[in-house]
Design a protein around this ligand. Sequence first.
Ligand code: SAM
Ligand code: SF4
Length: 477
Amino acid sequence: MKFNPEKCRIADERKKPFIDADEIWDHINSAQPTKEKVREIIKKSLNKQRLTLAETATLAQAHDPELIEEIKMGAKKLKDTIYGNRIVLFAPLYIGNKCVNNCSYCGFRASNKEAIRKTLTDQEIINEVKALEDNGQKRLILVYGEHPQYDADYIAHTVKTVYNVKSGNGEIRRVNINAAPLNIEGFRKVKDAGIGTYQIFQETYHPEVYKEYHLGGKKRDYDHRLVSLDKAQEAGLDDVGIGALFGLYDWRFEVLSLVRHANHLEACYNVGPHTISFPRITKASAIGMSDKHVVSDEEFTRIIAILRLAVPYTGLILTAREPEHIRREVMEFGVSQIDGGTKLELGSYSTSQNEEQNLNKEQFTINDSRSLNEIIDELLDEEFLPSFCTACYRLGRTGEHFMEFSVPGFIKRYCAPNAILTLSEYLMDYATPDVKEKGWRVIEENIQSLEGHKHVKTDEIRRRVELIKNGERDLYF
Ligand code: SAM
Ligand code: SF4
């Protein structure tokens, strides 16, 4: 079955490709970031309106330190007012690293003869998931190389396998996937297996530059990858994640393209991406990358702040590719999800004891190898509210009618209470004594801050926390 652009409800958006590199550069080159303009744009975003490409370009071209600071403060304010202090936690689970493609930045690429290939057996998947559950994880993203063995049936099988693993009070309640593009039937299969988000990164949105990095296999076809989320939508999979790999090309171009992609999905299907990822390249097995487009820490913070302002309703994912101090610093500018206790080596959650990474067995270097408990400890110290909530996806609150933030009071009514309930479970089942103590204090403070809100019944939250203390699990609003 072929992708049918006619499914897009907006005529202008049916033109392909919807990313026009010249148009994006024109926006960047013609931006004039005066103080007044930048302030006006920040104000628009604080009114929870998406930014246009021209407005996003104005923010990306603001190089005056004073304006950069205002952009960061704007993003912080937007995060505080829309998202509150919740941070959703997840872990990646690599299922197989065989790959037919040749992406020059990736340790799994077919031409890398140093790579040690492995696909987890069902029993190994079960062992890994048990180990993850025993740590307190509730949300996973399964990751696959691109290989005929990892077809839609296989992916669906692994997703179901994960959902069936229970260890003590542990269970995985949401399985997302990051995998190569599927066809429409394939997307239907993985949707039926119960995936949450289908995530795929365009890597670089510049069609010519894309060719320089993608040297073999199906992934060489830029358009095939670009329209994969349109196909997912056509298959009824309306929960999707986009991303760009920062370091391949000019970061301003990628930021504008991510916004363009988000706007395209919104225009066509009435629902934007659920999440945006912005990984920076880290070292991988036998790669030799030029550092021409390296993104500095300072630019990385700006990227996050600009994305936060440009797409106020989209979740932003920050991963353990980034070191501890950067994660700490940038989180307040708009990140909504992070991973914790991350291990990339296939099979290592159940077998390794915090050994050094062996890059021949892993896709790339991670720079934050702290355990989930350590990450939660720090989040609590910084007054964040760690959350393992999976309620919306399980209650079918996805797609255009349930964009979390479009419903007034939604966060206070559902997200914050569910964060409190899932953190309570974590504290009862997995936390160390000092994290437990901090956690209950943060929960009490958060319940108090919800007191008096017209949509929230704090008595009911307290009642459910008590039920969890007495052994009940999986309570949600
Ligand atoms: N094979 C699938 C694909 O290419 O879509 C799965 C992707 S891969 C397992 C997940 C993402 O990791 C890639 O899309 C890429 O953006 C990122 N990645 C690859 N090499 C990387 C590196 N050296 N440093 C950081 N991220 C990298
Ligand atoms: Fe394969 Fe994905 Fe790595 Fe490319 S990024 S080599 S497709 S695993």
